[in-house]
Ligand binder design. Structure first.
Ligand code: BTN
Length: 247
């Protein structure tokens, strides 16, 4: 398949690279050198040291999407996590716009996207100084890792082998811009509501793996900052970070 340069909406400043250690680190480096403005989007065809949430590595062979966006959202640090949900919605919609109809996609707390029962995309949100955020997005287009704690899949594996990384990048950029503008105009309320409509496991029993313990309860919703609410025999527990598993 011939490669082409993706064309995201004009606001984005796309930096195309072949191989980097991590696009999150690359966009941070550009920002620290004064060589990147807000909406700089570093895209690499492969990563040699891709990073996931909670200190995990992220398999990054050529064929999947790896990109990191530099943002300056001008919001209190406590609200920055909301942008992870904005990204989750954008990935969900971008995937929906490209795959064959009938594939069942879900948002998985906090910011993953599933196709069927398996993870197809993840988000790594990191701060840079006091004002900047780096939004890293990985989407399994052609490949997916084996032997993960939570099963993984790819768009190709799920019956959409025509999708290219370039198509995926453009679709993500379009949908992210739309959801981000909505978040800026209307706040987290509509983001939270739309995310919950697409959420896997809502009102069902789930387990959340935390450092040192696993808690089980009914996933009843999100707090107004994106914290997961788990209803257990001793009342509600609010969880800010963890790995969700379904029954
Ligand atoms: C996760 O689900 O654990 C988050 C995965 C985030 C992976 C992306 S790939 C592009 C960017 N660069 C990285 O090193 N990580 C993120």
């Amino acid at each position: 398949m011939t490669s082409r340069t993706p064309r995201p909406p004009p606001l984005y400043r796309l930096v195309c690279l072949d191989t980097v250690e991590s696009t999150n680190d690359e966009v941070k480096r550009l920002a620290e050198d004064g060589a990147a403005d807000e909406w700089t989007l570093v895209w690499a065809r492969a990563q040699t040291a891709g990073r996931g949430r909670r200190g995990r590595s992220w398999d990054s062979p050529e064929g999947n999407l790896y990109c990191s966006l530099l943002l300056r959202p001008a919001c209190p640090p406590g609200q920055a996590a909301e942008i992870g949900f904005v990204a989750g919605l954008a990935i969900y919609d971008a995937i929906g716009s490209l795959v064959l109809p009938g594939l069942e996609a879900w948002c998985k707390w906090p910011n993953d996207v599933l196709l069927g029962d398996a993870k197809v995309a993840g988000v790594l949100l990191e701060t840079l100084g006091t004002d900047w955020l780096v939004l890293g997005v990985g989407i399994n287009v052609a490949h997916y890792p084996a032997n993960t704690d939570f099963p993984a899949t790819s768009l190709w594996e799920q019956g959409s082998p025509g999708v290219t990384v370039e198509d995926m990048l453009e679709a993500f950029c379009r949908h992210f811009l739309a959801w981000y503008n909505r978040w800026r105009a209307e706040g987290f309320g509509p983001i939270r509501a739309h995310w919950l409509q697409r959420a896997r496991g809502l009102d069902e029993e789930i387990s959340v793996r935390l450092p040192g313990e696993t808690v089980t309860g009914i996933f009843t919703g999100l707090d107004d900052d994106g914290t997961l609410i788990l209803e257990g025999p001793d009342g509600d527990r609010r969880i800010a970070a963890g790995d969700v598993f379904f029954r």
